[in-house]
Design a protein around this ligand. Structure first.
Ligand SMILES: NC(=O)c1ccc[n+]([C@@H]2O[C@H](COP(=O)([O-])OP(=O)(O)OC[C@H]3O[C@@H](n4cnc5c(N)ncnc54)[C@H](OP(=O)(O)O)[C@@H]3O)[C@@H](O)[C@H]2O)c1
Length: 278
């Protein structure tokens, strides 16, 4: 009997998604992967056996396109065991600079597509009484940097919904992990991925300085996507995977700093917190 798991990965034509799909194929797993343009995905994977790999052209802003992709995967491989919500992009700008369309577009991909994909796989996971959901958030979904408020909002949303989802689906044997990467060497910081507010307000000096700092990191990020891909695979093989996982030493350090700050603020204001009880 074939015991290898079937994976479904969103946003796989480049970066972490592509690295994960390649590693999964090399390791003998069956993989369905989505991209806005399936030809980009096919070109990036180069050679594959359709018994092992299913490239899917999916519009992640369209609920029907997502549910159709999930259905095609189950038709093709017989089941889905692991869903990875990977597709996403950074959006920079002060809140005042970003317009409603820029904000909506980022929530459509970074948040609503994650929700729609989980809604599409859950009926299968509930029926088979098993499944793993791995949602790629960011350290910005716990300890965000200056100039990335909207990106932080989307990734905090992914963190929050994953934490509660993990509890909600436990009784069906479904496991949820939200992964918070630090800086990884992908195309994330490149012009074809990263989006900035069209409108610029010159007074936001700290915001523009922060964006310049991130631009200089492109190509030298500390995180290795191949190593992260292997970590993601081990999560799905773990009987008891963590609900939250911070990956990259930079992510760990920023999370630790934030936890210390939270503890300090909580204790400093304890009197106020207790003062509002009846
Ligand atoms: N790299 C980092 O430093 C870092 C840090 C923290 C979190 N992350 C998160 O990790 C995930 C993967 O990012 P990456 O680093 O691999 O970046 P990447 O190299 O830019 O790849 C991003 C992937 O997301 C998809 N995507 C991007 N914009 C999209 C849009 N507007 N509509 C639909 N799909 C879109 C793309 O899919 P297609 O082009 O195939 O459609 C692409 O394959 C993202 O969720 C990102 O927020 C990355």
């Amino acid at each position: 009997m074939d015991t290898k798991k079937v994976w479904f990965v969103t946003g796989a034509s480049k970066g972490l998604g592509l690295s994960l799909v390649k590693t999964l194929i090399e390791s003998g797993y069956k993989v369905a992967a989505t991209s806005r343009k399936s030809q980009n995905l096919i070109d990036a994977i180069e050679t594959f056996d359709e018994k092992q790999f299913l490239p899917l052209e999916v519009d992640l802003t369209n609920e029907r396109s997502i549910s159709e992709a999930v259905r095609r995967t189950v038709d093709h491989f017989g089941k889905i065991d692991v869903l990875v919500n990977n597709a996403g992009y950074g959006i920079g700008g002060a809140v005042e600079e970003l317009d409603q369309q820029e904000i909506k577009d980022s929530f459509d991909i970074n948040v609503f597509a994650v929700i729609k994909t989980m809604q599409s796989v859950m009926p299968y996971f509930r029926e088979q009484k098993s499944g793993n959901i791995i949602n790629i958030s960011s350290i910005a979904g716990f300890a965000a940097g200056i100039g990335w408020a909207m990106y932080a909002a989307t990734k905090y949303a992914v963190t929050g919904l994953s934490e509660v989802m993990a509890e909600d689906v436990k009784e069906f044997g479904v496991k949820v992990t939200v992964v918070a990467p630090g800086a990884f060497r992908t195309e994330f910081l490149q012009d074809n991925s990263l989006v900035f507010a069209e409108k610029k307000i010159d007074e936001y000096h700290a915001v523009s300085t922060s964006h310049e700092k991130y631009a200089t990191m492109n190509g030298t990020q500390i995180g290795d996507p191949e190593k992260l891909s292997r970590v993601l695979i081990s999560l799905a093989e773990d009987q008891n995977p963590p609900v939250r996982l911070y990956v990259g030493s930079d992510s760990y350090n920023r999370a630790k700093e934030k936890i210390n700050l939270l503890s300090e603020e909580l204790e400093n204001n304890k009197n106020i917190s207790f003062s509002t009880d009846f």
